[in-house]
Every structure is written in C-alpha cells, then in structure tokens.
Design a protein around this ligand. Structure first.
Ligand SMILES: Nc1ncnc2c1ncn2[C@@H]1O[C@H](COP(=O)(O)OP(=O)(O)OP(=O)(O)O)[C@@H](O)[C@H]1O
Length: 227
C-alpha cells in the first residue's frame, strides 16, 4: 500500500529532515510513527500527501509512484488519503453537518449521496445528535471527531493523523484513538504520528520510531521508545 525506497528530504540547509528512509506498510495496517520533535514525522506525512517532493528516493502509494505523478492527478490522489491534524481545522462558520458535507461537495457528490453518507459517518463518530452544532459549541474531543468524520466521509484507502490527540485530555485522546482503530478495523490503512506514550504502549500496534530523520526502530506490537 505504501512503500518508501531510500527517501530523503532536505530543506534549504542543514541535515536532511528525512534521511534515507525505506519502509513498507501493508494495506489494512495500523501504524504509529513516534520520535522527538524535529525527527521528521510531519515531513514524512507531507511527502505522503505530495505536499513536498523528496530530494531523492521513491514513494509508492496504492501502486502509484508519487514522484512521477502528473500534476493534474494530484487532487484525485489526495482524495484517496484522509487527513486529521492536531488543530482540527474545521470551518468555524459551518455546523457539524456542513463541515463533513463540505468534503463531499468539493468533489461534486450528488446531494442524495451526501444526505445518506454524512449521517452515516456522524453516527460512526458518535455525533449524530450534534449535527446542527457549530465548532465553538463542541468540546475539543467532539471537534476532533468531526475532523475524523470529514477525513473518512469519502472512504479514503488511507487515513493520516498528525498528532490527532495533541490538544486533547487523556480521556478524549483515548477515545479518538479507539475511533481510529475502529476505522482501521473497517479496512482503512491508518498512520498516526503521536507523542502520546500511554496510548502507544496500550494499543500494541506497529511502532516506527524516528530520530533525526532516520528510522531507528520498527516493531510489531511495539512500544514508545525514548531516543
Ligand atoms: N519548511 C521547512 N523549512 C526548513 N526546515 C524545516 C521545514 N519544516 C521542517 N523543517 C526541519 O526539518 C526537521 C524535521 O521537521 P518535522 O516537522 O518533520 O519534525 P517532526 O518530527 O514532525 O517534529 P514535531 O514532533 O515537533 O512536529 C526539523 O529539523 C525542522 O526544523
């Protein structure tokens, strides 16, 4: 599903943010990416979204080599990848329903599809009853649920979450991770960048640890390592 082959990314100067990384993630896997601040995790996510180009190496996602992808194909590619961020990034002036529906409207899904699909995903994330609420009327955990609903409404093959619990308390953090696990159980490949040691250690998933741009460990049912 995702293969990185000797991928490096250097910004203007200094050592590469991602340094000769090779890894393979199978369809349906749940993977944590951990590592200190500045170890290259967000850069890796941006490379997978084709927001950045690698300085060298190749990235293959769903059989497509990202480096060679024609520019006009990129929007379609990104639609197959759901993304969740630490800061939720909801539209403040739209209610829960519209925040999720928006992701379908931009790809011109017909209204009858939207009317069926949005309540479905809101039920999955446990927010069916709050569909009329605006982001400011929701708790942080609820806002992140909306962001997750928006990320999955178009049924992406892959869900990338960059510090999805960074702004949440421990209870809400665990609930969001359980939700990501549920989405994974339904077939979506899930990659989660996190600093949350307790959650990583309790969930017993694959853990890829980065340090200074390099993958220093990659364990099945791994633990959070300080490196
Ligand atoms: N746009 C940029 N221009 C120059 N250097 C950058 C840029 N973005 C990131 N870097 C550098 O690349 C390295 C890796 O950054 P990255 O954001 O990928 O780390 P991270 O592991 O996601 O960190 P954090 O846990 O703090 O989010 C850091 O040294 C950072 O300063």
């Amino acid at each position: 599903m995702i293969t990185l082959d000797s991928v490096s990314k250097s910004y203007a100067k200094g050592q590469p943010a991602v340094n000769n990384v090779s890894l393979h993630i199978e369809k349906g896997e749940f993977v944590f990416i951990v590592g200190n601040s500045g170890s290259g995790k967000s850069t890796l996510i941006k490379l997978l979204l084709k927001e950045l180009e690698p300085t060298s190496g190749t990235i293959k996602v769903n059989g497509q080599i990202l480096n060679k992808m024609k520019r006009w194909r990129v929007p379609k590619y990104r639609r197959g990848v759901g993304v969740v961020f630490q800061d939720f990034r909801l539209l403040k002036d739209r209610n829960v329903y519209e925040n999720v529906a928006f992701a379908q409207r931009v790809i011109e899904k017909p209204n009858r599809v939207i009317k069926k699909r949005v309540p479905e995903v809101l039920t999955l994330v446990g927010l069916a009853e709050k569909y009329k609420s605006f982001p400011k009327e929701l708790s942080g955990g609820e806002q992140q649920r909306v962001a997750v609903a928006r990320a999955i409404v178009n049924r992406p093959d892959i869900l990338l979450a960059d510090e999805p619990t960074g702004n949440l308390d421990p209870g809400n953090s665990m609930e969001i991770m359980k939700l990501l696990e549920e989405i994974n159980n339904r077939g979506t490949t899930v990659l989660v960048v996190t600093h949350n040691r307790e959650i990583v250690n309790s969930m017993k998933k694959r853990v890829i640890t980065m340090r200074k741009g390099v993958v220093v460990s990659d364990e099945k049912e791994g633990e959070y390592h300080e490196v």
